[in-house]
Design a binder for this molecule. Structure first.
Ligand code: SAM
Length: 262
């Protein structure tokens, strides 16, 4: 019976309201080295996860913790493998910007896998009490749904020290006040995914120099690549760890072609 339940698909599990199974995850991505480590899922942490990932049904038990940890690590691997050629060509950055870090999985992962522990990461996040996600929609200034205390708990748990948290709420949702330029800017499942990249483009380019790169998850509904025709860019495919078999597109952009060709 247990083996049968484990094999149920993601959609059937959701319909029956039962928890997640590791079988829902991409087996190759979750078998890779673990860089993102999750602590026990307290009620506060579950609430913080729910705000940024309402699609998950997590409980305060070890199977849920392990599912979340492996999925977070797996999605980071999917992004990393897609971006590897660009990242390998990038000199060690002097500063990196994560727009909408959520619970910090990408900052933790990049710092560990790239050997960037000492590189200052600027994390731009705002506290919020509800999720107001759109799909490739317009920009608005109260879209934030982060939990800064939980983000810092995750960073501490992973022994990440060199970072600075910027309060998006205090900054009125603007990014132009951030102390750029940044060598590497990214926003995963945030700018580009929920809110179309087009609305942020000028601000993002102002935070970059000629050799910087930016990477953004694109929503399947994003079709406006023409709006990016004046900016050097590539679109690469990444494998998602959940649900297994699904892919997403990542937009990689620079101010110059040289930035993208290493
Ligand atoms: C789906 S979560 C993704 C979190 C994290 N990047 C990840 O992939 O796990 C979306 C994040 O975008 C943040 N966000 C909301 N509005 C934003 C904006 N205007 N600019 C950047 N991030 C934003 C939210 O607060 C939330 O942390």
């Amino acid at each position: 019976m247990g083996a049968f339940i484990n094999k149920l698909s993601t959609s059937v599990r959701k319909r029956l309201g039962i928890g997640h199974s590791l079988n829902e995850l991409d087996p190759d991505l979750v078998a890779r080295e673990l860089f993102f480590c999750a602590p026990a899922l307290t009620p506060e942490l579950i609430a913080a996860v729910k705000l940024i990932s309402p699609q998950f049904r997590l409980r305060g038990d070890e199977p849920s913790r392990r599912f979340w940890e492996l999925n977070q690590n797996g999605v980071c691997w999917g992004e990393y493998l897609a971006l590897e050629p660009f990242l390998k060509a990038l000199p060690e950055p002097s500063q990196v910007l994560d727009l909408g870090p959520g619970l910090g999985r990408s900052a933790i992962f990049f710092k560990k896998i790239m050997g960037w522990r000492e590189v200052p990461f600027h994390l731009y996040e705002g506290a919020g009490e509800s999720t107001k996600y759109t799909k490739a929609g317009p920009r608005f200034d109260d879209s934030f749904c982060g939990t800064p205390e939980a983000l810092e708990t995750l960073l501490r748990h992973n022994e990440i020290e060199s970072y600075r948290l910027f309060d998006a709420g205090e900054m009125g949702g603007e990014i132009s006040g951030l102390p750029g330029p940044y060598d590497f800017i990214y926003s995963f499942f945030a700018i580009g995914f929920h809110w179309s990249i087009v609305h942020f483009l000028d601000d993002l380019l102002d935070l970059m120099h000629d050799r910087s790169i930016g990477a953004f998850t694109l929503h399947d509904r994003f079709t406006d690549l023409d709006a990016l025709s004046h900016v050097p860019h590539r679109v690469v495919e990444m494998r998602r760890s959940w649900p297994r078999g699904k892919t997403s597109r990542l937009l990689v952009l620079g101010k110059t072609e040289e930035a993208l060709s290493g």
